[in-house]
Ligand binder design. Sequence first.
Ligand SMILES: CC(C)(COP(=O)(O)OP(=O)(O)OC[C@H]1O[C@@H](n2cnc3c(N)ncnc32)[C@H](O)[C@@H]1OP(=O)(O)O)[C@@H](O)C(=O)NCCC(=O)NCCS
Length: 168
Amino acid sequence: MNRALPDVQLRVPTDEDAIAWHRIFADPEVMEFHGGSAAELSEYEELTARQRRHDAERGFCLWTMVGPAGEVLGFTGAQPWPHAWGPTGQIEIGWRLGRAHWGKGYVTAAARTTLERVRTAGVSGVVAMVDARNERSIAVTQRLGMELAERCTIPGSGQEGHRYRLAL
Ligand SMILES: CC(C)(COP(=O)(O)OP(=O)(O)OC[C@H]1O[C@@H](n2cnc3c(N)ncnc32)[C@H](O)[C@@H]1OP(=O)(O)O)[C@@H](O)C(=O)NCCC(=O)NCCS
């Protein structure tokens, strides 16, 4: 891709960002591969608080993405894999964007910054777990140069998942 990536700022998520995430992710298209319906505000309050702890302890987290006009676009970043199944003990990279902001390169830009920061923090490799039907997310992993490491069944949804990996 030869186009310049768009400008996107990353900040450690605030209490107010939990409200913004809750508002912009309450959309069936955004949640299609995350159970299909909007999550409660309390889930985003817990998620953002956990990211503040990760940032303090590790120097990286799932960051709030902020666009050129100061608007919250979504999140992108890295965190320790948060489930008992799957790649426990590894660092996952992840992204979620409000629907109005898809198709502009924001996540690719934010994910490249994430990889630089995580490498600087001393992490030697990252993983991404993606529903096999989630073509837009798989396209992000391809733009980052990730390789398919494993096909598995995602507990809960029972759908096929793809685990991608990238050495840093
Ligand atoms: C997955 C998701 C983040 C992908 O968003 P996205 O906007 O397609 O991804 P990017 O930010 O990398 O943007 C790439 C798109 O922007 C376009 N683009 C426009 N201007 C661009 C620019 N200057 N630079 C790069 N790409 C640009 C690209 O052509 C591409 O569009 P296309 O796929 O239609 O060709 C988004 O669909 C989403 O939030 N989905 C719901 C949550 C989710 O499933 N998360 C992942 C769970 S594993």
